[in-house]
Design a protein. Structure first.
Length: 317
């Protein structure tokens, strides 16, 4: 699914809460390198469960990207005809998610019990397992150009099977995104407070604070279903993110030579957010009117920050 004038693949899958299609990764929470005190045991258990679910969601983003690749060249209502100009695009191959599914399934019955989320994860796994084999078959079919031998008979058959499976999977993704977004907000704040209690506003605290506020910005980003941004809400989250960056700068000034890994990227991201806000103001919040490329850049660089922050969080301090 794409928005005209460029709001495509990058604004596709998560926005952990934004609808199918914005390939936005979710940051996992990093349990402290220290042994958590007894009162933090429940928090660490909750973080472990959240991380297992998040890892599954991030890894299975590939299915959404692959489906969007397919939708970029075929008419999803009619199916492939053989006359498509870019039929050679095919689909992306999927990642092996055996380990992520196994771990997520183990956590379904573990504490803390999260009835709505646990049920949604189970439904999400089921929907993924129905769609993934079809995508794999189709990816091989188009990659090997088998459609040249059978006049697209298999391609049309696969299309008829994939469309309802993809619709089901994407719907489950939206439901799970919304549930996890709300759950992680509370969990993030608890984790941040726990880190501060143990370490003060340490390097680990600074990284988590920046990424929590970055996530809030992403929750206000446009999607294909909601291309018009609530500028007041968006700018409020950008202001909070800017405050987190100032806090990070102050920490660096007091601790020269400390490498946080995300600091340069995080600062540049703030500048781009402000440029994006200015463009949205001129278009009354409509990302389709000249701001789609900026939106794609913001999503892609947020994903990079997620990866950097997770690496930094694992480093000993």
């Amino acid at each position: 699914m794409t928005i005209q004038n460029g709001l495509c693949g990058a604004l596709s899958a998560v926005l952990l809460a934004v609808a199918p299609g914005a390939a936005v990764a979710q940051a996992t929470a990093a349990p402290s390198a220290r042994t958590a005190p007894a009162q933090d045991a429940e928090l660490q258990t909750a973080i472990a469960k959240s991380n297992a679910y998040t890892a599954l969601m991030n890894r299975t983003l590939r299915a959404i990207q692959s489906w969007e690749r397919y939708g970029s060249w075929v008419d999803l209502k009619k199916g492939p005809t053989g006359k498509e100009r870019y039929i050679g695009y095919g689909l992306y191959s999927l990642y092996d998610v055996t380990g992520e599914i196994r771990k997520a399934e183990e956590f379904l019955t573990r504490e803390p019990k999260l009835p709505a989320i646990d049920a949604s994860v189970a439904a999400y796994i089921k929907a993924y397992q129905e769609l993934a084999p079809l995508i794999t078959r189709a990816e091989r079919y188009y990659d090997r150009k088998d459609y040249r031998d059978d006049n697209l008979a298999e391609g049309q058959k696969l299309h008829g099977l994939m469309v309802p499976a993809a619709q089901s999977f994407l719907a489950e993704r939206v439901r799970l995104d919304a549930l996890m977004r709300d759950y992680k907000k509370g969990l993030d704040q608890r984790e941040l407070a726990s880190v501060e209690q143990r370490e003060g506003r340490s390097a680990r605290w600074q990284i988590r604070n920046v990424m929590i506020n970055a996530r809030s910005v992403m929750d206000q980003m446009p999607s294909n279903e909601k291309p018009i941004v609530d500028l007041k809400a968006f700018n409020a989250t950008v202001a909070d993110y800017a405050a987190a960056i100032r806090e990070l700068d102050a920490f660096k000034d007091k601790n020269p030579g400390t490498s946080l890994m995300i600091d340069s990227q995080a600062g540049s991201w703030l500048g781009k957010l402000r440029d994006f806000s200015d463009k949205l103001a001129k278009s009354k919040g409509d990302v389709r009117r000249g701001a789609a490329n900026d939106a794609n850049w913001i999503v892609n660089n947020y994903n990079m920050m997620v990866s950097l922050s997770e690496t930094a969080a694992r480093m000993p301090r």
